[in-house]
Design a protein around this ligand. Sequence first.
Ligand code: GDP
Length: 832
Amino acid sequence: MSDTKDTPEKGKTLGLRGGGTETSHVRQSFSHGRTKSVTVERKRKRVVVPKSGAGGAGGTGGAVGRNLSDTERERRLRAVQAARAQEADRAEQMKAEEKAREEEMIRLRAEKEQAEREEREREIARQRKQDEEREKEAAAKAAATAPKAKAAKVEEAVDPAAAQAAASRVEAGKGPAKSTKTDKPQDDRNKQPKGGKAGDDRRRSGKLTITQATGEGGRQRSMAAMKRRQEREKRKMQGSNEPREKIIREVKIPEAIMVSELANRMAERVAAVVKALMQSGIMVTQNQSIDADTAELIVEEFGHKSVRVSDADVEQALQTPDDAPEDLQPRAPVITIMGHVDHGKTSLLDAIRKTNVVSGEAGGITQHIGAYQITTDGGAKLTFLDTPGHAAFTSMRARGAQVTDIVILVVAADDSVMPQTIEAIHHAKAAEVPIIVAINKIDKPGADPNKVRTELLQHEIVVEKMSGDVLDVEVSALSGTGIDTLLENIALQSELLELKANPDRPAEGAVIEAQLDVGRGPVATVLVQNGTLKRGDIFVVGEQWGKVRALINDQGERVEEAGPSVPVEVLGLNGTPEAGDVLNVVQEEAKAREIASYRAQAAKDKRAAAGAATTLDQLLAQKKASESTTELPIVVKADVQGSAEAIVQAMEKVGNEEVRVRVLHSGVGAITESDVTLAEASGAPIIGFNVRANAPARESANQKSVEIRYYSIIYDLVDDIRAAASGLLSAEIKETFIGYASIKEVFKVSGVGKVAGCVVTEGVARRSAGVRLLRDNVVIHEGKLKTLKRFKDEVAQVQGGQECGMAFENYEDIREGDVIEIFETEEIERTL
Ligand code: GDP
């Protein structure tokens, strides 16, 4: 390194005279053959400088380079002439050789005592004189090395040929002298491949020596070299420090991580990480997420240690020790009713409930909360999930909530086994849940229970009547026949299962149903699975958290607590969870918040990672294919969980290999500012299904040019999205919002019906326009206006800020506080 750095300097000096290529050649051979020699020369230079200083000190009075070297040069020029004279006289030459030898000795000594000499030279004038004399002599012989080169330099400038001749002559004189000193220069010379250029090279070597000796440029060089050396050292230090200082970090990798976050955790530059990813063929920006496997590779590539973290790690707080057997107490079984459509699932649930209501003392109002508990005549408690259907059952299971202990398979005796019956069997078997067969509609004339039993055999359901172990009961949900027997059988089956839980511990449960309730906020029906949920408990549920504000049982009563297998409505959530989400009571609010936000982030990252998993090849292919977007991101908000799920499922089916719809987020409730933010970030439109954007969200969407589209028919929505995804959107009828009116009062007018006394809060109200009735941003009704009155007169339009009377066609359920959305349809270019 240092050699290569030094050589260019020499090259520069040499370059004044020689060709570039030769220069480098000379340089190389120097560094090889005469490495030490060069070093020695340099040292000599230092020695010589003082010496010359000593020699020329008389003249210059110090070691000041330039003046000294000038005098030195003159002196040495003279020396060259002397050398020529010597050349003519061999005897003289011999003397010169001897002197050169002596000089060499002196030089060697000088090398060792350089510093001392410098001091001495400066301090003692006599010594200087002596040195001067010696130097003169030395210079005469030094001509063998340095002076001749200098001479050559000068001469060359005048007459290159003469210079060459001089040089060669000098060289001849120098040769023997040098050979006595060291073989290396000779080796060096020998190494010169081209005879013709040998002279040049020799000259060069000489020049080099003299320039070093004279110190002209030598000092500059050495200063610069020093600087460079320092820099190099610094760099080396830094360079060597980097790996030394590089802290090998333990990088926590969740299931999905944003590129910038990964870089942050590794303390590496984001650009470097993006580059590394690109080199792996993964085209991502810093704001995109990558999956854990990819992240792990990158972490290793950067020399860090990766630590995979799963939810379990972050949620360790939720882990509780297993209950001791003595703490466990029997709990009620949780039952789900499944079966083919119209085989009587709902009727059976009703019948069971009715039985209980009749036998129970309360009677009267019951409330649908998604689950209810009954007590059989035998005193056994049974919990029924009031959400029949496989989808609910399996989607909950998919979310990690195994809530069902027993499945009641309803098969209509007049219809026997049907496709969904088989599906239900598969679902139940997959969940490893015991089945009880309820052969329904036995009151019907065409009922054939045995046909059902036989057909079930084909699906590996061997009922008791067929000498199997699956309980079967003939019932009529309509007449109530066999219901009691069914319940007793369930109790029996549950005893066999020995279901137990520990009521004396923080509660764990599963969300059966959740919705954003008008007035009550987010409400979730939770089936407590273990422990006891109490009012005031702090909990985390899915991506949400909360503090139990109130617990309402299936009778609509407020309760203080709910034990294992008890379904309760929970109030006090910060957001709407999803069916199947698991609820855990935690000690501190901070912990609940932390876990909820971690989950929310993880879910977001996972969604983003799913969308960002595009390889370079794919990306290129996409780019080649067309300029249009190959992915249509959307944000979905719906009035109920079911609609949201249905839309998401439908959306997933839309698209082909080239285009796909990516649901960034789906949820229940009004479109909020955070939805708009999300949509804006991804350039996605927001789909509102029977919901509207609240005022801040509307404003924000307007500002950010985020498109919000409202639908109330799922097929319209799917058609639009499909069209958008396939790039086929054409000019079509589109509705445009023109105004909002808020209902201040509701009057009953004979002959007209209910009339809303409104004030137009935004835009205008138009008689001909379409209207929607919104209650808490949820669409209650859509239709036409029957009347639009300003004072007593029927008018075509009412301006914003004015009061008016409105009545709907064929719709009466209007309330104070409701909002009327006024829209018009027009033909417009679609932009979705
Ligand atoms: P689901 O689709 O499985 O929930 O079935 P439903 O409970 O809605 O019942 C479908 C139809 O069958 C309804 O018209 C019920 O009145 C009727 N149904 C249900 N159970 C019985 C029964 O035991 N006997 C008779 N005759 N009809 C029944």
